[in-house]
Design a binder for this molecule. Structure first.
Ligand SMILES: [Zn+2]
Length: 68
């Protein structure tokens, strides 16, 4: 089982900072947590762009499927 692509990058949007950062899906939870921890005192400001949340769910489902 070989995967040519690296982890797909997911846009994380922070309305407070008005930034969108692309983060590898494997680093997603950590990156969001770190951003909110460092810049917003742990408040949940940064999050996955809602537009891609649906798409992301598909990707995650696929990833989980591959792990079986
Ligand atoms: Zn922020």
């Amino acid at each position: 089982m070989t995967e040519a692509d690296d982890d797909p990058a997911v846009p994380v949007h922070c309305p407070e900072c008005e930034t969108t950062t692309r983060v590898p899906i494997s680093d997603l939870a950590t990156a969001i947590e770190r951003h909110n921890e460092n810049l917003h005192d742990g408040e949940e400001c940064a999050r996955v762009d809602p537009d891609v949340a649906d798409e992301l769910a598909d990707i995650v489902a696929e990833e989980l499927g591959l792990l079986e």
